[in-house]
Design a binder for this molecule. Sequence first.
Ligand code: FAD
Length: 280
Amino acid sequence: MSAQEHPLGISFEFFPPNTEAGRDKLMQTRDALATRGPRFFSVTYGAGGSTQHRTTDTVRMVRESGFTTAPHLSCIGSEKAALRDLLNQYREEGIDSLVALRGDLPSGMGGIGELRYANELVEFIREETGDHFNIAVAAYPETHPQAPNADRDVENFARKMKAGANLAITQYFFNADAYFRFVERARALGVEAPIVPGIMPITNYTKLARFSDACGAEIPRWIRKQLEAYGDDSESIAAFGEDVISRLSQRLLDGGAPGLHFYTLNQAEPTLRVVDNICG
Ligand code: FAD
């Protein structure tokens, strides 16, 4: 099953499925993507820990591939004691990589918890577990939607890296220059660790538009207009999406990006097509 690591340094993100059929599909997706030799897989986490067991179960399943698997862990809405227990559990299971996040509290759900921002979570993980974990954190080339401005956001990002993160993964974006500029600004603030672009394959316009509104990723007008024009023609959307995302990925790598992290949405094909185009 295990393959040589892909020369470009790629990683694949999954979300925990909530049905048997979803689990079966994810196992197939995992196996298909494992053939491309990822640096790691990662598995998202529900804010506040309400769906924690779904993340831990999915991490176990994905690890059967033999590849490093990093659980995401968010601090908003959680108490330190619960986070400590989870860190200890991961350590005992031999997990050595995490994606550390603040997360977003669903409306109507409890208090914010003891740690307010991701930099405090990174500090907490380092205090509790020393150098055991490789810690990745999130970065926002187009600025986090709640940040007062871009300068403040990149300063907050630099603080989070200096708290002990080893790697950053960005929110997805379609504008390569936003990424290059963000990296330059982070370097100017003393961030030395790799900042890996997050890549969202395009397969469905309605879902993409909804996600992008929520997370503050801009869909350029020329992409929106073309996707709208395709309507329900999913083959044309997939072909156009593959072309746009392959070119974006290539441009990022050519400009010095230290790898690519794919938001797979638990589907293998759209990601595989891009990976194979860029390594070809
Ligand atoms: P932070 O880095 O804490 O930043 C949040 C906001 O606070 C920003 O506006 C920042 O500028 C500001 N800020 C940061 N530090 C400070 C400070 N010390 N003082 C004042 N302001 C500050 N969500 C999930 O629920 N589960 C997941 O599994 C998940 N995985 C993700 C993976 C990636 C790669 C990315 C990019 C996002 C992911 N998210 C996930 C979404 C993420 O939780 C949200 O974007 C959330 O709103 C911010 O999390 P953060 O860790 O970036 O927060």
